[in-house]
Design a protein around this ligand. Structure first.
Ligand SMILES: [Fe+2]
Ligand SMILES: [Fe+2]
Length: 293
C-alpha cells in the first residue's frame, strides 16, 4: 500500500536537497536569454572557483583528446560550448538528485543522469536538424533537467513497478504518468515543476519539466521547445536508455509533427549522434572526477 503525498510533502523533500549555486542559476538565466553572448558566460564562470576548476578539468580530460592543455578559461568555454558549461554547473549542484538510485522505478544507480544526458543530446539534435527557431543549447539544458522530479517521488513509489506494468499491460492504467498520480497522488512532472519554482529556473525550462509528457498543455510560446524535449525524451527511451521500469511506458504525442519537421532519415542519424556524444560526454565527466557517473 502506497502513501498518498501532496504539495506539502514535495516541498519538504525539496527542502532536503541543496539549492542551485548562484553561478548555476545565473548561467541558466543568461543562457535562456536569446541575446546573451559568450563573454557573459565567461564572467559568471570566473566568479566561481570550483566551477572554473571543473571546466578546466573536463576540457583537459582524455575524452576530448586535446594535444595541448587548455589553461585559459575563455578558450575552455568556447571549446566546450555553453551547453556543456551549464551541464557541468547543474550536474555539480544537483548531483544528489541526478545520482539517486530510482528504487521506485527499479532503476539502477546513475540511470537518471544517463537518461537525462541522452535526452539532452537528442533534444538539441531535434532542434538542430529541424527548422525550429529556438536555441539548441536551451533544448539541451531543458532535456538535462526534464525528469528531475523522478528523484523527488521515487522513494514513495517503491515496490509498485510490477503492479504498474501489469496494469498498463491489461489496459487498466493508460501510462506511467497516470500510475504515479493514481498511486501516490503526484506525478514526476508536477514534482519537478515544484523544484523548478523553488530553484527559480527560467520559465521555459520550468514549462518543459511540467509538460514534457503532455506537450499540448504547455503554453503556446513554449510549445516548440516542449515538443522538442518530448521527442528527445522518446528518442532516448527508444535507444534503450530510460530510467527503469517506466521506459517507453508513456504516450508519444504525434502532434510534434505540427512543429518539428525532420528529414526521413533524421531519426536514425539523431540516435547515432546521441550514442556517440553520450559516450564522449559521460567519459569526460567521469574523468573530471565525478566517480558516480
Ligand atoms: Fe518524464
Ligand atoms: Fe524522460
Amino acid at each position: 500500500m502506497t502513501e498518498k503525498i501532496d504539495r506539502a510533502v514535495i516541498q519538504k523533500v525539496i527542502k532536503s536537497v541543496p539549492m542551485l549555486s548562484a553561478s548555476a542559476n545565473q548561467l541558466l538565466q543568461t543562457t535562456t536569454d536569446p541575446d546573451h553572448d559568450l563573454r557573459e558566460i565567461v564572467h559568471i564562470v570566473k566568479t566561481d572557483a570550483t566551477l572554473t576548476a571543473r571546466v578546466l578539468k573536463v576540457v583537459n580530460s582524455a575524452a576530448f583528446g586535446l594535444i595541448n592543455e587548455i589553461t585559459s578559461l575563455d578558450r575552455a568555454i568556447s571549446y566546450l560550448g555553453e551547453r556543456l558549461i551549464v551541464g557541468i554547473a547543474i550536474g555539480d549542484c544537483a548531483s544528489q538528485l541526478f545520482d539517486k538510485e530510482l528504487k521506485g522505478y527499479e532503476g539502477e544507480h546513475g540511470d537518471l543522469w544517463r537518461h537525462d544526458l541522452r535526452t539532452a543530446i537528442a533534444s538539441r539534435e531535434v532542434v538542430a536538424q529541424s527548422d525550429l527557431d529556438i536555441s539548441p543549447d536551451l533544448a539541451f539544458t531543458a532535456g538535462l533537467l526534464h525528469d528531475i522530479g523522478k528523484a523527488l517521488i521515487s522513494d514513495y513509489l517503491q515496490g509498485t513497478a510490477g503492479e504498474v506494468l501489469e496494469k498498463i499491460e491489461n489496459d487498466e492504467i493508460s501510462d506511467y504518468l497516470s500510475a504515479e498520480e493514481e498511486l501516490i497522488g503526484f506525478d514526476h512532472p508536477r514534482a519537478g515543476y515544484e523544484l523548478a519554482l523553488t530553484w527559480k529556473l527560467p520559465e521555459a525550462i520550468a514549462e518543459v519539466i511540467r509538460f514534457h509528457h503532455t506537450p499540448a498543455e504547455a503554453r503556446e510560446e513554449f510549445q516548440e521547445l516542449v515538443y522538442a524535449v518530448h521527442l528527445g525524451d522518446n528518442i532516448a527511451m527508444m535507444g534503450g536508455c530510460g530510467t527503469g521500469a517506466d521506459s517507453m511506458r508513456y504516450k508519444l504525442d504525434a502532434d510534434y509533427s505540427r512543429y518539428i519537421t525532420l528529414q526521413p532519415n533524421a531519426l536514425a542519424s539523431i540516435m547515432l549522434t546521441v550514442n556517440e556524444e553520450f559516450v564522449k560526454l559521460e567519459r569526460s565527466f567521469a574523468e573530471a572526477g565525478d566517480s558516480n557517473r
